[in-house]
Ligand binder design. Structure first.
Ligand code: NAP
Length: 266
């Protein structure tokens, strides 16, 4: 496929690396222009382009930028993206980072907001896994601890395409229903960040509480803001697993909680 990625940060780069490894043509863009992307290009093998080139004629487009910046994407960004090409939204809403987005604060599902702003349907995927797990934890089909990720959206063909892509990347995929149900794995829910298997994920999705998610998210974001940039991402996964009720008997989970506590207090 020809895949365009808007956003060349942690998640955009992680996806670019995977897609290139699978032999896809990958065009990547950021806000500052292709000349600023040499490091990303070196690491991923993607081709740096100006933002409008990243959507033109693509078979698949990924939006991997902070949600606050979605409204400032060029108005003609999607003019030359074929109507049948899916758009993946990796976004998460963090008021600490994104400021207040009134519609989402009022209860609108995050990816429905993005879809509304873009004026096109989107598929929500990759938002609930860290870039670190995405890069390092893909496994062959059938592996016991293979991570499963939810995919939601309103177009069956687009969803199938994204689920097949996930499988090729080394992850199981679960059809999590229409986009309106994608709040089940937004920040602050049990399925956000714990790298579950295909046997664990459905129960986590089911246990999501819509009225509690925003409070959980903001508490977590306040702690995250105090962590040093080099805090090990896999320790965060351990804490997410423990919060989701997984690995409670594994001492490494509790050590991760202590490490997080000490790092946040410093
Ligand atoms: N980090 C993760 O592990 C992770 C995992 C899952 C989902 N997510 C979600 O994915 C989204 C991106 O996160 P991230 O961590 O990858 O962010 P990031 O590391 O901060 O990178 C953001 C990227 O978006 C680009 N960008 C920002 N505004 C843009 C615009 N108007 N046009 C084009 N490019 C623009 C930036 O380019 P410039 O530097 O040139 O501005 C940068 O390359 C967020 O919503 C995040 O919550 C993140």
């Amino acid at each position: 496929m020809k895949i365009g990625i808007i956003g060349a940060g942690k998640i955009g780069s992680a996806l670019a690396r995977h897609f290139r490894k699978l032999g896809h043509t990958v065009l990547i863009a950021n806000s500052r222009g292709p000349e600023t992307l040499s490091k990303v290009v070196q690491e991923t093998g993607a081709t740096p382009v100006a933002i409008l080139e990243a959507a033109k004629g693509m078979d698949l487009l990924v939006i991997a930028i902070p949600m606050k910046n979605v409204p400032s994407l060029p108005k003609d960004l999607l003019f030359d993206l074929p109507a049948t090409s899916p758009i993946i939204d990796t976004g998460n809403y963090y008021p600490l980072r994104d400021g207040v987005i009134n519609e989402i604060k009022g209860g609108m599902v995050e990816s429905e907001w993005t879809s509304h702003v873009l004026g096109r349907p989107v598929i929500k995927a990759f938002n609930n896994i860290t870039a670190d797990s995405l890069v390092h934890k893909g496994q062959p089909k059938g592996s016991k601890s293979r991570i499963a990720l939810p995919v939601s959206g309103d177009d069956a063909n687009s969803k199938q395409l994204v689920m097949a892509l996930l499988d090729n990347m080394g992850f199981d995929a679960i059809d999590a229903g229409p986009l309106s149900e994608s709040w089940h794995y937004q920040p602050g829910t049990p399925a956000y960040g714990p790298d579950p298997t295909i046997h664990q994920l459905p129960a986590l999705l089911q246990r999501a509480k819509r009225d509690k998610a925003a409070g959980n998210r903001d508490r977590a974001a306040r702690i995250m803001a105090k962590l040093p940039p080099d805090f090990p991402p896999q320790e965060l996964v351990r804490v997410a697993r423990l919060s989701a009720g997984l690995d409670a008997l594994d001492p490494r989970s509790w050590i991760a909680v202590l490490r997080l506590g000490f790092a946040a207090l410093r």
